[in-house]
Design a protein around this ligand. Sequence first.
Ligand code: NAI
Length: 337
Amino acid sequence: MDEVKVGIAGLGRLGKVHANNICYKIPGAKLTAACSVAEAELEYAKNELDVSDVYTDYLEMLKSADIDAVAIVTTSSEHCWQIEAALAAGKHVFCEKPLGINEEECKAAERAVEKYPDKIFFLGFMRRYDPSYAYAMQKIKEGAIGKPYLVKATGIDPESLVEGSIKFCSTSGGIYIDMASHDIDLMRWFLGDEVTEVYALGCTFKHPEFEANGDCETGCAMFRFKNGAIGQIHVGRTAAHGYHIETEVVGTEGSIRISPVPAKNLAMIYDKNGAVVECVGSFPERFADAYVLEMKEFIACIREGRKPDVTVYDGTKSTKIAYAAAQSLKEHHPVQL
Ligand code: NAI
């Protein structure tokens, strides 16, 4: 296939990032259609992306648009049925994380992917494509730290965006379902093993609105893996300095830290505050390269008839483990998987 024609569903915060990447940064891909339930986003597609074939109805896009593939960047609860419909319509599918919002939905998506083995299905766990995470994985495979046995992951949204987190917390499924799916995926990826038990805690010290809505501001969970390895995840919403994503992988012969300081770039400012490293402020900024690289890989998989490394089963596992963490937090005891 010379050129892969893509229709995008969802042009919100992240949809716009993917749409711009497909339009301007992915060789061999062309954005030919767009779908959104928000009229303003369809105007954006027409005016900013020069995509005139727009739809408010997703199924109509699948039926009528000239597309080989869809990129699903809609609200999480829409993902699974949209995956099933796209595959049934003969399209390749890129879908944002989470795969689905519960295990039943994920299993239905698995069955659809299994039913159409000639179609590419790609799940947007883009951190695996971030150059620093990919490099860390390469070093681990080369034996640089021996056998990895502990992953410590931190993911804290900036305090500057806390109003949005408060607004959505009552419908987000709670802090682990909302925020931990990438970290859960990275733990499984780096440790090459599966979670058997989780114990999760939560607390709220700054914004009582989280607790009032049945959620919490900060979560900290411990995970036991089948081979005895350990995972630890700290998620939160009140980082004063920016968007803090940090991961440490500890092995028998050493350790690797990925962005221990979530630096904006390599510049250091020397002023009355001391030697200052500015930090990244948001996920589109921190993972700009990763969003491009994962979409390049999706398009390359279609053109070369190759299956991606990240699978639909990774999506189900991440959702299932996040639910176990949410259950542990609610019921105050470790949960077995
Ligand atoms: P958003 O709320 O800004 O945008 C959602 C979009 O979906 C809107 O354009 C809305 O009009 C559209 N939409 C909803 N239902 C639809 C339907 N039935 N048909 C067509 N369009 C529909 O949300 P945001 O932040 O862009 O997130 C979108 C997805 O991306 C979510 O699943 C989220 O979990 C995921 N995400 C992933 C990130 C990552 O790092 N990989 C970061 C942020 C979000």
